[in-house]
Ligand binder design. Structure first.
Ligand code: ZN
Length: 55
């Protein structure tokens, strides 16, 4: 059994629910928490939502 741990790309903290997004160039998929999602999403032309990940 492997335990999957994901930390927020931006604040580096660990959460039970993570959001898969693109928010900058070059466009790569990263996992962020809801708080960081909302802050990078605002007025961001590079923002793209790719799903929700739950522990
Ligand atoms: Zn975060």
């Amino acid at each position: 059994m492997s335990k999957r741990i994901k930390n927020c790309e931006i604040c580096k903290l660990n959460f039970d629910v993570m959001y898969r997004i693109q928010y900058k160039n070059p466009k790569t998929w990263v996992f962020v928490c809801k708080t960081c999602l909302l802050s990078v999403k605002k007025d961001n032309a590079n923002y793209k939502y790719g799903g929700t990940w739950k522990r």
